[in-house]
Design a protein around this ligand. Structure first.
Ligand code: TPP
Length: 238
C-alpha cells in the first residue's frame, strides 16, 4: 500500500445546468442529501505545499484532510524549489510524472489522507522538516510549521449516488457552481476501471469529458489570490 495510506479519489468535474438534475434522475441517481460546510485551506507563506500539489484543509465538522498526488511516497531524485533537502533525516521526496503525462482525460486522482499521523508525516516530507515528538495532532503541526489559511469558503452540496459513483453538485459562497463525478478506490491499480466508469457516466449525462473544468479552488485563487494562482499555473498545478 506504499508509504501513505488513504483512499484514492478519482473525479471528473463538470459544469451543470438545471437539465443536469433531470438527467441524473433519468439515469437512476438518488439524491442522498444536502450538506453545507466551510473549508479552510492551509499553506506556508511561500506556498511550498500547494506548489507540490498538496492541499491541506480543515473541513468544518469533519476535521483535517490532506489531498495529495496518489503516486507520492516514491523515493526519487527530484529537485524541489522549496527548502533544500538534507540527507540526515527521513525526508520523503516527491516523484510525480508531469501533469500532461498523467492525463489524456480531464479526470483527476488524489489520495485523501485523514489519519493525523500520516498527515503530519506527509507535510514534514514535503516541507523538509522533522516532526516534533509532541506533534500528535494536526493543529500542533500546523502551528509549528507556520501554516496559514490562504482560502476559506462555504460549499453547499447536493449529493447524488448511482451504484458506486458519487455525484456532487456544489455551490460555493463566492459565486461558483461546479459538479463532480467521483469514485473512491483503495488501490492504485483500481484507478483505470474507476476512470472508465466515470467517463461512461459523463457520456450518459451528455457531458464533454475531455475538457478540464476549473475547480472551486482554481476560481477562488484566480479571484482572490492572484499571485498564488499565478505561481500554481506556472508550476503546472492548476
Ligand atoms: N481539481 C482540478 C480539476 N485540478 C486540480 N489541479 C485540482 C483540483 C487541485 N486540487 C486537488 S485537491 C484540491 C485542489 C484544488 C482541493 C480541493 O479539491 P476539490 O476536489 O476541488 O474539493 P472538494 O470537492 O473536496 O470540495
Amino acid at each position: 500500500e506504499g508509504q501513505i495510506s488513504g483512499a484514492i479519489e478519482v473525479e471528473q468535474k463538470f459544469l451543470f445546468a438545471p437539465s443536469t438534475i433531470e438527467k441524473l434522475a433519468e439515469l437512476g441517481a438518488i439524491l442522498e442529501g444536502r450538506v453545507s460546510f466551510r473549508d479552510s485551506y492551509y499553506d506556508v507563506p511561500d506556498w511550498c505545499l500547494t506548489r507540490e500539489d498538496h492541499w491541506l484543509r480543515e473541513r468544518e465538522g469533519v476535521g483535517w484532510e490532506l489531498k495529495c498526488p496518489p503516486d507520492v511516497g516514491v523515493v526519487g531524485s527530484k529537485e524541489t524549489p522549496c527548502a533544500a533537502k538534507t540527507d540526515n533525516h527521513p525526508s520523503d521526496p516527491v516523484l510525480r510524472p508531469p501533469r500532461d503525462k498523467r492525463s489524456s482525460h480531464a479526470a483527476t486522482q488524489y489520495r485523501e489522507v485523514t489519519c493525523p499521523q500520516n498527515i503530519v508525516t506527509r507535510l514534514c516530507g514535503v516541507l523538509d522538516r522533522v516532526p516534533g515528538q509532541n506533534w500528535t495532532c494536526v493543529n500542533k503541526a500546523v502551528e509549528e510549521l507556520g501554516l496559514e489559511v490562504f482560502a476559506s469558503f462555504v460549499t453547499t452540496r447536493h449529493k447524488y449516488r448511482t451504484g458506486d459513483l458519487h455525484v456532487d453538485l456544489d455551490e460555493a459562497d463566492f459565486g461558483y457552481a461546479v459538479g463532480e463525478v467521483e469514485a473512491v478506490v483503495r488501490r492504485l491499480e483500481d484507478v483505470p476501471e474507476a476512470l472508465e466508469k466515470i467517463q461512461k457516466f459523463c457520456r450518459q449525462l451528455g457531458l464533454e469529458e475531455k475538457t478540464a473544468i476549473p475547480g472551486k479552488m482554481s476560481v477562488y485563487l484566480h479571484r482572490f489570490r492572484p499571485a498564488h494562482y499565478k505561481a500554481l499555473t506556472e508550476a503546472g498545478i492548476i
